[in-house]
Design a protein around this ligand. Structure first.
Ligand SMILES: Cc1cc2nc3c(=O)[nH]c(=O)nc-3n(C[C@H](O)[C@H](O)[C@H](O)COP(=O)(O)OP(=O)(O)OC[C@H]3O[C@@H](n4cnc5c(N)ncnc54)[C@H](O)[C@@H]3O)c2cc1C
Length: 390
């Protein structure tokens, strides 16, 4: 007998599991299909920050920053084992392009958008504190600003959200590859393949949370919804041998003035990231030698005494609006594309941030509700505690 769901979600990254949790908490039956493993795509290859995105203020993306800071506050509250506040340090030298006045203005705005709570505080460090900063170059150093943002383990967070969805009654099929869907006036006929072979099911709504695969999934749907014009931009991180004692560093790459983070990562540290246009198979993305060289040059510039030993490296793909401008300046807003505004059956999540997954999932469900029957909600995702999955 064909299984029938309210919602089928394709993709077990942070957005897919977020929608599964939002649907299940809204009282809907939901099945999530993931072809490899939870967080196999971009959701295990991010900078692992739960942040408002201080630099997005330069692009005047105030709405995105405010929403992300609200989500940061919620996640600090509901996932204390998975999301922790960290001090971030911004050093200023004579050639730093973001000058102290601009930094103070930006940090003040960031604090206001963050609701002026404990996590919004910032200050200028005294000279006496500079020597404790993990070997940061102090020659010509003019100032160091400290503010707070949060760090997580993206894979663990994705698993925890899925675990919460499962506890609310969601179903998960993994590994299971979505093969095709036919969208009718009343429902969707979906075909997928798991370890036992090909299967089919029905759903009232289909969510394409395929991340970098979003348009490959769209191409398997008939009638085919309009694909969204996107560019895949790879970002590489290096896992460095040495740990950090004082928290995180927000650096300006001397080569091109892009923001680079040096972050504690257990007994190691994480350095990233880069931006290189990518046109290949999303599963094959891997660090390029020029990206590794670029990041090590940044490390050498700011931390000349630190070990350059690279224990590991990984690359992930951002899904950004297609444009001719530099990737660094392009919007990080999430887009929700539907096949039909009045009776949406297919919704695609395009782009977005790990940080905003809960808000995005809730917006996606609000849109899909137009095509779903009324159900009794079971929980509020802003209050459900997230714990590391067993
Ligand atoms: C370098 C980099 C750094 C970043 N840093 C941050 C950060 O610090 N903070 C932050 O908030 N955000 C950050 N982001 C953004 C964030 O990582 C992504 O927005 C988020 O992980 C995207 O999640 P997703 O669920 O949309 O996609 P993905 O995680 O890629 O998930 C898509 C899933 O779909 C599955 N799939 C594809 N096709 C099929 C199919 N046919 N059948 C079944 N399953 C399928 C894939 O296997 C994959 O698991 C960063 C991104 C990058 C690339």
């Amino acid at each position: 007998m064909t299984e029938v769901y309210d919602v089928v979600v394709i993709g077990g990254g942070i957005h897919g599991v977020g929608v599964a949790q939002a649907a299940a908490s809204g009282g809907y039956s939901v099945l999530l299909l993931e072809q490899h493993a939870l967080a196999a795509g971009s959701s295990s290859r991010s900078s692992k920050l739960i942040h408002g995105g201080l630099r997005y203020l330069e692009g005047h993306e105030f709405g995105l920053v405010r929403e992300s800071l609200t989500e940061r506050a919620i996640l600090l509250e509901i996932a204390p084992e998975l999301v922790q506040l960290q001090p971030f340090h911004i050093p200023v030298y004579p050639d730093t392009s973001r000058r102290p006045l601009a930094l103070r203005t930006g940090l003040t705005l960031y604090a206001v958008l963050g609701g002026l709570n404990r996590a919004s505080r910032f200050r200028k460090l005294s000279h006496k504190e500079w020597d404790a900063l993990d070997g940061l170059e102090t020659r010509n150093l003019q100032a160091v600003y400290q503010y707070f943002d949060a760090q997580t383990n993206d894979t663990e967070l994705t698993r925890a959200v899925m675990q919460s969805a499962l506890e609310l009654g969601a179903s998960l099929s993994c590994p299971a590859e979505f093969l095709s869907a036919h969208i009718g006036p009343e429902d969707c006929e979906i075909r997928y393949r798991d370890h036992r072979g090909e299967k089919s099911c029905q759903a009232l709504a289909l969510v394409n949370a395929g991340g970098p695969w979003v348009n490959a999934i769209t191409a398997r749907i008939s009638p085919m919804p309009a694909p969204v014009a996107v560019a895949l931009v790879q970002g590489t991180h290096l896992v460095l041998k040495d740990s950090l004692e004082m928290g995180c560093y927000y650096l300006e790459a001397p080569q091109d003035r892009r923001a680079i983070f040096l972050l504690p990562w257990g007994h190691q540290s994480l350095l990233g990231t880069t931006e290189s246009l990518y046109r290949g198979d999303p599963m094959e993305v891997s660090p390029l030698q020029q990206e590794i060289d670029y990041l090590l040059e940044v490390l050498q510039h700011y931390f000349p005494g630190r070990s350059q030993t690279v224990d590991d490296s990984f690359a992930g793909l951002r899904v950004l609006p297609a444009a001719n401008s530099a990737a660094f300046g392009r919007s990080r807003e999430t887009r929700l594309a539907v096949d039909n505004r009045i009776h949406p059956r297919v919704l695609a999540i395009v782009g977005g941030k790990l940080t905003g997954y809960r808000a995005t999932a809730s917006k996606a469900m609000n849109i899909l509700r137009r095509s779903l029957p009324a159900r009794k909600p079971r929980a509020d995702t802003a209050k459900l505690v997230l714990r590391p999955a067993p």
